[in-house]
Design a binder for this molecule. Sequence first.
Ligand SMILES: *[C@@H]1O[C@H](CO)[C@@H](O)[C@H](O)[C@H]1NC(C)=O
Ligand SMILES: *[C@@H]1O[C@H](CO)[C@@H](O)[C@H](O)[C@H]1NC(C)=O
Ligand SMILES: *[C@@H]1O[C@H](CO)[C@@H](O)[C@H](O)[C@H]1NC(C)=O
Ligand SMILES: *[C@@H]1O[C@H](CO)[C@@H](O)[C@H](O)[C@H]1NC(C)=O
Ligand SMILES: *[C@@H]1O[C@H](CO)[C@@H](O)[C@H](O)[C@H]1NC(C)=O
Ligand SMILES: *[C@@H]1O[C@H](CO)[C@@H](O)[C@H](O)[C@H]1NC(C)=O
Length: 368
Amino acid sequence: MAQSNIPSTCFFMILCLSLVIHTQSCDKSQSRSEKAALFVFGDSSFDVGNNNYFNTSSRANYHPYGETFFKYPTGRFSNGRLIPDFITEYAELPLLPPYLQPGYIDYRKGVNFASAGAGALLETRQGFVISLKTQIGYFKNVSRLLREKLGEAEAITLLSKAVFLFSVGANDYSFLFDTNSSALDSFSREEFVGLVIGNISSAIEEIYKTGGRKFGLQNVRPMACVPYARVVAAAKYNMSCLDQTTPFVQSHNKELSKLLLKLNNQLRGFRFSFSDYFTFVKERMDHPLKYGFKEGMVACCGSGPYRGIFSCGGKIVKEYYLCGNVSEYVFFDSAHPTERAYQQFAEQAWNGKASLKGSYNLKQLFKS
Ligand SMILES: *[C@@H]1O[C@H](CO)[C@@H](O)[C@H](O)[C@H]1NC(C)=O
Ligand SMILES: *[C@@H]1O[C@H](CO)[C@@H](O)[C@H](O)[C@H]1NC(C)=O
Ligand SMILES: *[C@@H]1O[C@H](CO)[C@@H](O)[C@H](O)[C@H]1NC(C)=O
Ligand SMILES: *[C@@H]1O[C@H](CO)[C@@H](O)[C@H](O)[C@H]1NC(C)=O
Ligand SMILES: *[C@@H]1O[C@H](CO)[C@@H](O)[C@H](O)[C@H]1NC(C)=O
Ligand SMILES: *[C@@H]1O[C@H](CO)[C@@H](O)[C@H](O)[C@H]1NC(C)=O
């Protein structure tokens, strides 16, 4: 094995030597060809295990989570990989570790800060999640370490090439209705959505200030009729779906698009990729067969009607049902999509046609 490496090592040495002559810097040419890093923020659609490292009930580190792909529970709220796992694969990066994982992490490739249950607001599941604000705080520390390690110029280059991916907002609205929060009485819908969008805007601007330029955002999926919401709706409101969430989701999605268009006009060098997660999930819930699924409304794993009682794995409620073929389902547990659904979405976000003026797809964003 060592022997077979010699010719290629020689080749690179010769290549580097000739580059030294021509550009006076072999190192520089190497860093130029490195893949753009990926930094990930948000909630359970993106959390690859951060919640395993502090005391919270918002965890998926037990059977049968992770079983299909990883063969063991990693903390991901699905049967296998999540959206950022597929994006790193397409971007030819290694799988990103959760930021809180002990041990050495090579931040030059990026890292994952997301936390299942987190929203854009501090109050959302406070104490059980890493808030968006803390996630940004972690990132600022990483950016400081990169500056110390690489020097200002190289760190700026790395950050300006890196992609910053967000999935956030859904938990702010689900928390509001799951808990019948007092915020429902103290804020109008416009005000509440304004707080959520305002915090997302601050997060982007904070990263921009450190040198980040490329941002990937997705809107919020339909919430009213996902399996767990139907159980909440029946129990709390005697309704078949949690229809109260719909105007919030619609308003959020409208405001998010407006925010991206605004930032694109205001911030020099800003680039973004917007993905319409709402339409993606709605299509598959309404027409599962069209996309190769058999079931779009009932979860694979859970109990009660639509398997909407959050009991997959038997940690909270002991009895639960696990389907025979997870690939037939859009939802793995009562709130989270299957790996197959996530894969379809990641492909669309990577390759798809931009649905917002000025937006790139993720492939173009990485290459840009
Ligand atoms: C974790 O949190 C739970 C509930 O908040 C508490 O009862 C428990 O003592 C905590 N465990 C540790 C190790 O701190
Ligand atoms: C976000 O919202 C909360 C209110 O829930 C606020 O206290 C916090 O400072 C806001 N800002 C950021 C950047 O998270
Ligand atoms: C960032 O690092 C400083 C110094 O090591 C530490 O005090 C602070 O708590 C860190 N911030 C976050 C959000 O982890
Ligand atoms: C919260 O619940 C109480 C009683 O269940 C109800 O009277 C109130 O209207 C609810 N708040 C909102 C804003 O839905
Ligand atoms: C729930 O709603 C149905 C009609 O939608 C009504 O017949 C029933 O009495 C309601 N149940 C309760 C407990 O309010
Ligand atoms: C599981 O379902 C998928 C999608 O319908 C199908 O392609 C696959 O053949 C099924 N696997 C088994 C073992 O039945």
